[in-house]
Design a protein around this ligand. Sequence first.
Ligand SMILES: Cc1cc2nc3c(=O)[nH]c(=O)nc-3n(C[C@H](O)[C@H](O)[C@H](O)COP(=O)(O)OP(=O)(O)OC[C@H]3O[C@@H](n4cnc5c(N)ncnc54)[C@H](O)[C@@H]3O)c2cc1C
Length: 424
Amino acid sequence: MNRVHVVGAGLAGLATAVSLARAGRAVVLYEASGQAGGRCRSYMDAKLACTIDNGNHLLLSGNQAAMRYLADIGASQELHGPPAARFPFLDLATGERWCLRPNGGPLPWWLLSPGRRVPGTKIWSYLSALRFAVAGSRTVTDCVGQDSVLFRRFWEPLAVAVLNTPAQTGAARLLWPVFRDTFAKGEAACRPRVAKTGLSNAFVEPALALLRKSGATLRFGCRLGQIQHEGGRARLLEFGDASVPLNDGDRVVLALPPAATGALLPALTVPEASHVIVNAHFALPEPAALPAMSPFLGLIGGTAQWLFVRGNVASITISAADAIAEASAEEIARRTWNDVAAALDRDPQTMPTYRVIKERRATFAQTPTEVLRRPTTRSAFANVFLAGDWIDTGLPATIEGAIRSGYSAARAVIRSGGTTGQAD
Ligand SMILES: Cc1cc2nc3c(=O)[nH]c(=O)nc-3n(C[C@H](O)[C@H](O)[C@H](O)COP(=O)(O)OP(=O)(O)OC[C@H]3O[C@@H](n4cnc5c(N)ncnc54)[C@H](O)[C@@H]3O)c2cc1C
C-alpha cells in the first residue's frame, strides 16, 4: 500500500495528516515527543494542579485556514470569544483604559470615533498601515516610525505579538496579509478567539481522534534522524533503530521546525535565527474575569504585554522576550505579577503559585532577511514536501500560517499522484 509519511505532529503536521486522511490517503504520522501539538499544546501542571497551555494563543475570526481546520476536526465549538470585535487595553504607566472596537463592513468608520480608537491618536496616522502592503524589505518602524502615541499603544504591541520580533527589526510585509484578512474586512473578521478549555482540546485531541478513526497510524517517540536518498527521491526514513523503506508511490511530508528540517536536508536554506516567548501562569485563589467579556487584555508600559484569564488561571505573555528570558523564573514571575495585580486589582505583595514557561525557539525571527530564507512546499526530492509555520505562506509564523502550510503540503502531495491509499 502506498502511504504518506507525515513527520512532526505540531499543527502543520496535524493539518496535513487530517487533510490527507479525509481525502482517503493512508497516513502514518510520526512525532519525536510523546505528545502531539508541538508549540501549541496543553499539559497537566503538577505545581499549579491544573491543565495549562504552553503559551497563550490568540486567533482572529478571519483566520480562515484555522477555522476550516477546526470545522474539519469537529472542534469549532472549542474556541470562544466576545460576540463582537473588542480589544481592551490598559496603560500601566498612566492607568488609562480603552477598548478598540472596529465596526462592521470594510469601511473603517470606527477610526472616526475617538471612543473606539486609541486615545491620543489622530485618524490619519492609522493610514500608515497601507505602507505594509508595499513594505518590501522594510521593517515595521521603517513604515510607521516609532515616536508616536499610536506606535507605543498600537503598532508596537501588535507587531511584536504577530511577529514575535521587535518592531525595529520585524518584517512589515508580514503584517499586511493579517490586516487584509482581518481588520480590512471589518468587525466580523477580527473577533478575538481563544481556546475555551485548552489548546489540546481545541487543536490536537479532536485531530488525533479523527486520524485514528480514519485508520491512520500514529507513532509517538519516533524521531526522524536521517533520510537516505537516491536518484532525486527519498528512499529510506531512519528513526533511531527503525528504518522505513519508501515505495515509489509513497510520499513524505516534513512538518518540523526549521533547524530539524535543515539537519535532515542540509542543502535547503532555512531561517536560522529565532526569538523567545515567555509565559507566566498564576493560580489565583478564585476564578477571575476581565472587563467587557474579553478573555484577554493588552498591557502597555509593563513587563507583560498581554494578560489572559481562564477560570482561576491568569497568564501573561511576553513576545520577543530574549532579554527577559535570561532572568530567573522567580524574577519574571515577580515582575509580571506586578502587572497582573495592577490589571486585576490584586495585592502586588501576595504572589500566588506560578509557573514560568520559556519557549526558546517560539518562532523564527521574522526579519526581512530571515523571511527571504523561507522555502516553499516543494523540496529538492520529488517525493518530499515541507510544512510548518516557517514555510513561505506569505503569512507570519502563527497557527494560521502553520495550518495553511499543512493544507498546501497535502494539496501538493495529492497533485503529485502516487499515493492513493489503495493496495498496489
Ligand atoms: C508561547 C507561544 C505563543 C504563541 N502564540 C501564538 C498566538 O497567540 N497565535 C498564533 O497564531 N500563534 C502563536 N504561536 C505560534 C504557533 O504556536 C506556531 O506557529 C505553531 O504551533 C507552529 O506549528 P508547527 O506545526 O509549524 O511547528 P511545531 O509546533 O514546532 O511542530 C513540529 C513538531 O515536530 C516535532 N519534531 C521535531 N523534530 C522531529 C524529528 N526529527 N522527528 C519527528 N518529529 C520531530 C516536534 O516535537 C513538534 O511536535 C505561539 C507560539 C508559542 C511557542
